[in-house]
Write a protein that binds this ligand. Sequence first.
Ligand SMILES: [Mn+2]
Length: 407
Amino acid sequence: MKLLHTSDWHLGHLFCGRRRDAEFREFLNWLTNLIAEQKVDVLLIAGDIFDSGTPNNSSVGMYYDFLADVCHQTSCRCVIVTGGNHDSPSFLNAPKSLLERAFHIKVFGCATADIADEIVPIYDHDGNLSMIVGAIPYLRDADLHSSNWQESPEERDAAQCRGFREHFRQVAEYADKLRKDKPVPFVLTGHFAASGVTLVENDAVREFIGGIKTAQVEDLPPSADYVALGHIHQAQTVGRKEYIRYSGSPLPMSFTDTRPREVELIEFNGKTPAITPVLVPQSRRIITLQGPWQDIAPQIEAIRDDSAEIFCRVLTTDLDSSHLALALNSIFAADKHNYPVIAQSLLPLPCSQRESHTVEELRTLSEEQVFKLLLDRKGIVSPPERDALLDTFRQLLAEMHENSGES
Ligand SMILES: [Mn+2]
């Protein structure tokens, strides 16, 4: 039995406001080919399929196109999709019965009251049980414990941990009953942060709201032969156990994440997994240019002239924000192609700009003036980015005034 583990696609993710449809489509086509070539039997997608609970139509289209391709162009006999903290359970679950009855696609948008719902037995062509998957989606607060307004935060955390352990234990117990003494692998999925994982700064892992903060490896049932995790965007093993893994996101989610991307291919010999990480090809260049202006200016010019769209971050160490803006504008005077998506001065702000405004002072400024001060302070100087943010701010302001009955 061959299994493929991936997670955290974040379809629809905007990289500093830029769309990535082409990158997502390339990844999904590459993945379909890999599943076909490697004759993968079971595909596991361990949460965060979409970046948002209300994904845009082109992301939804890509998802369904991919599922259709896997069903028609590969010999994959079962696709298992579990919800992550970014996914809307009801959105993922809406086509659940269609996908299950018409294709062999099983969707677990959220936990249900019946543990048996999360057990997927997989049979070979002769009808023999050949794998059991415990498909556990992201567990929300209500899945972990019943809230009690009198409990302290510590008591709530402890109750969540107990609920988490208990949920995984019950799924494993159910699988063990089904497996009896047959030498078939038991695979678990999960979407949470395990303690001790390596994180990257400014990565788009959304803070957990109403879920467990971190779980211990010891909280996972020992009977699992492979644990396919999602939520952390860098591929890694957990607790030095080879068979407990994050596949990470197939596309980097931030400038700070420069690690190679991968999916995990797992071949079982009886219950023993042989794990092969497969690198995901990347078509998009995502780069940071940092240093004195004189050194990075020629590199910025090369990027400007590149025909492919490059996500570039410029961090200068010897120009302040306004001089950086002027210098960039001179390079991009004729052509706005591949303008850096972030341009920031690393020089410390002069005292006059660093001073904080008192509430009284702020009252004398318009909302837009305050917002511009914020953009200055954040070092957002590139005109396209500044204009786009200002536009959004004005729209929000107009909506707010409308809602509050002002004109
Ligand atoms: Mn994620």
